[in-house]
Design a protein around this ligand. Structure first.
Ligand SMILES: Nc1ncnc2c1ncn2[C@@H]1O[C@H](COP(=O)(O)OP(=O)(O)O)[C@@H](O)[C@H]1O
Ligand SMILES: [Mg+2]
Length: 251
């Protein structure tokens, strides 16, 4: 099987506190992998390590390696901005910038040097179409993004992330602040996007993980308990802990 990110013996620490214990996992390409497990088990820490967003936290430390397409992302010579172009991230709370819808989506491409207005127009339209938002906003691209609904803002964040054509899209509980209809829209969108992108989504919503994911990683207290195809894990979990979690006995 073809994978794009390989995590080798990854441990993560906040000061003395260990948050991830010797994790080994290979994330397959162009499918949806859900990272599941009870609150505090290390889901966010793992996904944040994958694009080095925890680097800024004082006392945060990792050991082990993470390879993106064969290159260790913690190598000192890695170009972080170029790397994050390839591995985008969407957070739980929509993080739109206080600027127009258009400027939100054009933000990344501009940073990466695209100035031509016609080119930017095309990129913005394509990203908004791919994020299933174009029809709702095409006549008001100059509107301030913060005026959109929560669900629209989250799709705008997805549009902003994909505007730079990443290979991997990381999402940390992207629907937990949204209503059921907005949640469904995002779930549908992610399934479509997985044809082009590798999607890694943290969710504490087990039903959601079962609905949309192809693979699942179950974390418990910093350990990776089980990783594999979602249908296999749901029907024949190998670990009693996984089974207990699936049955709602651990939350
Ligand atoms: N910034 C931080 N400083 C100290 N401890 C943290 C920080 N972020 C998370 N932790 C701790 O690391 C563990 C894993 O947290 P996290 O990855 O956020 O879990 P999850 O996303 O599964 O709820 C928890 O015990 C949490 O308290
Ligand atoms: Mg979390």
């Amino acid at each position: 099987m073809d994978w794009i990110i390989e995590v080798n013996n990854l441990s993560a620490f906040y000061g003395e506190k260990i948050a991830l214990k010797n994790i080994n996992i290979k994330f397959p390409k162009k499918v949806i992998t859900a990272i599941i497990g009870p609150s505090g088990c290390g889901k966010s820490t793992l996904v944040r390590c994958l694009n080095r967003i925890n680097d800024e936290i004082p006392n945060f430390k990792v050991t082990g390696e993470i390879y993106f397409k064969g290159k260790n992302i913690y190598d000192p010579d890695i170009d972080i901005s170029e790397f994050r172009k390839n591995v985008g991230m969407v957070f739980q709370k929509p993080t739109v910038f206080p600027m127009s819808i258009y400027d939100n989506v054009a933000f990344g491409p501009r940073i990466h040097g695209i100035k031509d207005k016609r080119k930017l127009d095309l990129i913005v339209e394509k990203a908004l179409r791919d994020a299933a938002l174009w029809d709702e906003v095409k006549d008001e691209l100059k509107k301030t993004a913060t005026q959109l609904s929560g669900g629209q803002q989250q799709r705008l964040c997805i549009a902003r992330a994909i505007a730079v054509e990443p290979e991997v899209l990381l999402l940390d509980e992207p629907t937990s602040a949204l209503d059921p209809i907005a949640t469904k829209k995002i779930e549908f969108l992610l399934e479509e996007l997985s044809e082009k992108y590798t999607i890694i989504i943290v969710t504490h919503n087990l039903a959601q993980a079962i609905r949309i994911s192809d693979y699942m990683a179950f974390l418990y207290r910093g350990d990776l308990i089980e990783f594999g195809e979602t249908s296999k894990i749901v029907n024949q979990p190998e670990s009693e802990l996984t089974e207990a979690y699936l049955n709602g006995q651990i939350s």
